[in-house]
Design a protein around this ligand. Structure first.
Ligand code: GLU
Length: 339
């Protein structure tokens, strides 16, 4: 059962190809199928393909209108494309009616995408409908030894964190703490035979610990961070259906296949860029340009803070609609902030 694939770039123990293939639908296409279905876009030089990725968790924040309006404007000004992709991989947090609420908000502000689930050749534009696409790429990474199955239970993970904290080590699933990273393939097949649930993790590069990485943000310029050391989960637990990826993996696959070249998103994602760089690299994709936007702030006595969806009624898009603020006036104000 233990096999070293001469084609792979790692010298880690490899699962038998047949064992991997048995985990996926027999008719699952190879990634090349999707690459052909969603070819590079025939667009003029300099055209920016932007996207907005709302999660249907029940509340349209004015910050969403802010980012979407920037996405729309940049695509329009560069003869590019602006698309909306519903990011519903966290189905436990999904709220019914949230999508209608989004549609109403974007209609109200006339922020109309060129592509969404109603129109566009790069769909489906809803992540829960893209299961097969993600699975093709997960299987490829498993074949290459760039990802692996992890059967660690909640209790085991909690125990790892507790021991790391006790010795003041960075917490996470990495290196020698990553108990399934270099597991004996025989142990993996035993677990599979028992029907134990597993997730799939990306194997962070062996040299990640202690390494620094750089990237250029379109707004902030050169940024430097510790390289990602964690073997991040890319595919959620096998006991769920549909079998969905994590945000990170969906970001890489979707923005690549939708041929997005400018990712405009909130700056809470900056710390994830080192992981995203590893994902694009492992998948062989060219990374997009990132533009990380600062959150909308509220002035308060003695300072300012992030506009809060719990504390501030004006964080909600419905506030502006119900109070009768003209959509153009709100957009004008938001564009001023963006400048
Ligand atoms: N669905 C993500 C969010 O709601 C979008 C992040 C992104 O634009 O990549 O935060």
């Amino acid at each position: 059962m233990i096999e070293f694939d001469p084609g792979s770039e790692t010298d880690h123990p490899m699962l038998d190809r047949a064992v991997i293939d048995a985990l996926f639908p027999a008719d699952l296409p190879e990634p090349e199928h999707w690459e052909q279905q969603y070819p590079p876009r025939p667009l003029p030089d300099g055209a920016q393909v932007t996207r907005f990725g709302p999660s249907p968790t029940g509340f349209v924040h004015i910050g969403g209108i802010y980012v979407a309006t920037i996405d729309r404007d940049i695509a329009t000004h560069t003869d590019g494309v602006y698309l909306v992709r519903v990011e519903d991989t966290d189905q436990s947090r999904e709220v019914e009616g949230a999508l209608d609420q989004f549609a109403r908000a974007f209609d109200h502000f006339h922020i109309i995408p060129d592509e969404d689930d109603e129109r566009g050749a790069y769909g489906p534009y809803r992540q829960s409908a893209r299961e097969r696409i993600y699975l093709s790429y997960v299987r490829r990474l498993l074949h290459q030894g760039k990802a692996y199955l992890c059967f660690a239970t909640k209790d085991e993970l909690a125990d790892i964190t507790a021991r790391q904290q006790a010795t003041k080590l960075p917490t996470g699933y990495y290196g020698r703490w990553a108990i399934w990273r270099d597991a004996d393939p025989a142990d993996v097949t035993t677990k599979l035979a028992e029907g134990a649930p597993y997730v799939v993790r990306l194997r962070a590069p062996d040299d990640a610990v202690g390494k620094r990485v750089q990237f250029t943000d379109a707004i902030r310029g050169k940024l430097e961070h510790d390289a990602n050391r964690n073997d991040a989960v890319i595919l959620k637990s096998s006991d769920q259906s549909p079998r969905l990826p994590t945000y990170h993996f969906a970001h890489a696959v979707d923005d690549h296949l939708m041929r997005v070249n400018l990712v405009i998103r909130g700056d809470e994602w900056i710390s994830s860029v080192p992981l995203h760089q590893q994902l694009f690299d492992a998948l062989g994709f060219e990374p997009p340009t990132y533009a990380h936007i600062a959150p909308l702030m509220k002035q308060i006595a003695g300072g300012k803070r992030k506009l809060s969806k719990r504390k501030d009624p004006e964080a909600s898009v419905d506030f502006y609609i119900h109070a009768g603020y003209p959509a153009e006036a709100v957009l004008y104000y938001l564009r001023g902030l963006a400048n």
